[in-house]
Design a protein around this ligand. Structure first.
Ligand code: SF4
Length: 464
């Protein structure tokens, strides 16, 4: 047997893409390849691309450009491009970078290994499906042999695509309409993950609250699904992202409350505090409705952490409208927020609103003001926890100091604490006394080890 080929995956974009990359890695390993050493050039390089983030195409083509000479000198090396940009640009990618071997779309990630093999004999391969094939539910099963960053925590995709039409978003056109996986398939996957020692799952979908609508043709099944997942032995923590505020309902709040494993954390994307901007964004809710839902969740669920997404500088946003966002953010008192500067995505309605684009300096100044309010609120939230002893799932040594361990509380808060004589490995559940607060993390000291990691070996990587 010769030396196995190596592979590397470069991921641009959101959690859905990161999860797809884990699945791709699982497929590569199942095909006999091994991950390349850091800083080496792999035999197979896959770019999993995104169209959501700014300058996505610049980033992709400059990364491809960096490999051009190497590929010329080593023609046996293979380059593949998948994900949302591939779905959108299709054969343009080969026109602009003819040293690419394979282009595959968002609906046929599992074709990648076969296409790479075919390209070795038949030359460049492009395969883009316009919609998920009817076997899509089964297609998502390779998550079972995904190569995950944390062996004790896993994403579980419950749905792909999106039926909404948010004016700034390219997702519906590159990921297609909502397709829900069957409850049985999701349960089977989560049960197998638990059996392999996974203790935390994050349920993933573009609009989790409408999960199942395409299966039943009527009410969504999300709250039922949460309850079902909560019955799996070994799954101690369940998170989900993202619910859409317009579809976030009392039954989900009740399911969160009644399902012990569901964490007291909610990500509820606000995007803007102005009703006119929300309407122009086509978000389908008003700030009043949003606050009602947020307050209902807070009133029902004890010690609930709420995070959000906000876009600054949507076309036409006036100073007064931006101030409405500041006021909403102050009122909501978020635990944390992902903030984005509006940037037009070709093919979206917002990209056609050029006459209303806002000057960069104005947007940058608004962005800084928003960050200030958000950081203040995040710090206050963290300060209020100082003195508590909280349960932390350990992720491993901190990035900056291997004498410090990092982990997350049930609220999803990042906690750092110094290594002690007590052996604590990644995946352990511990309690930590919180001593110091900063806007993005807390610091503390180890109190006790509740349990050792449950995972022993990685999930089997073979495909039968
Ligand atoms: S809900 Fe809106 S922002 Fe989210 S994926 Fe769908 S269209 Fe995009």
């Amino acid at each position: 047997m010769g030396t196995p080929k190596t592979f590397a995956i470069r991921t641009f974009g959101c959690q859905m893409n990161e999860h797809d990359s884990e699945r791709l890695a699982g497929l590569m390993v199942a095909d006999g390849l091994v991950p390349a050493e850091k800083d080496s050039i792999a035999d197979v390089v896959i770019f999993n691309t995104c169209t959501i983030r700014e300058n996505a195409d610049l980033r992709l083509y400059s990364a491809l450009g960096e490999l051009k000479d190497y590929k010329k000198a080593h023609p046996e090396m293979q380059i593949a491009v998948g994900g949302c940009m591939a779905q959108k640009d299709r054969d343009d990618i080969l026109r602009r970078a003819n040293w690419v071997d394979v282009v595959f779309g968002t609906h046929n990630l599992t074709s990648a290994p076969g296409l790479l093999k075919k390209a070795l004999t038949d030359g460049p391969q492009i395969e883009i499906l316009d919609a998920p094939d009817p076997e899509a539910h089964k297609d998502m099963a390779p998550a079972l042999y995904a190569v995950r960053e944390l062996p004790f925590a896993a994403w579980v995709t419950i749905q792909t695509g999106c039926d909404n039409t948010c004016a700034y978003c390219i997702v519906p056109s590159v990921r297609g309409v909502e397709v829900s996986r069957l409850v049985e398939d999701i349960m089977q996957e989560a049960t197998m993950l638990a059996a392999s020692g996974v203790t935390e799952i994050t349920v993933l979908g573009q609009n989790v609250n409408s999960y199942g609508r395409d299966i039943t043709g009527r009410s969504p099944l999300f709250s039922d699904l949460l309850r079902e997942l909560g019955t799996i032995d070994g799954i101690e923590r369940i998170r989900f992202t993202s619910p859409h505020p317009k579809d976030f309902r009392d039954d989900t709040i009740r399911a969160m409350l009644e399902t012990k494993a569901v964490c007291n954390q909610l990500h509820l994307p606000l995007q803007s505090g102005s009703n006119r901007v929300l309407s122009s964004m086509r978000r389908g809710y008003t700030i009043e409705r949003y606050m009602e839902k947020l307050n209902a969740a807070r009133a029902a669920i004890d010690d609930l952490a709420i995070t959000t997404d906000i876009i600054v500088g949507f076309p036409g946003e006036t100073e007064a409208e931006f101030e409405e966002t500041l006021a909403a953010v102050a009122e909501a008192h978020f635990d944390a927020a992902y903030t984005f500067i509006f940037s037009a995505r070709e093919g979206t309605r917002a990209a056609e609103m050029q006459s209303e684009f806002i000057e960069d300096e104005i947007v940058a100044e608004r962005f800084d003001r928003l960050k200030e309010v958000l950081n203040r609120s995040a710090l206050e939230k963290h300060q209020a926890r100082v003195g508590n002893t909280e349960e932390v799932l350990v992720e491993g040594p901190s990035r900056r100091n291997d004498q410090v361990l990092s982990g997350r509380t049930r609220q999803g808060k990042l906690v750092h604490f110094p290594v002690t004589n007590e052996p604590v490995r990644a995946g352990s559940l511990v309690t930590v006394k919180l001593l110091k607060a900063a806007p993005y993390h807390l610091k503390g000291e180890l109190v006790s080890v509740l349990r050792a990691p449950k995972h022993k070996v990685r999930i089997p990587l073979h495909v039968s």
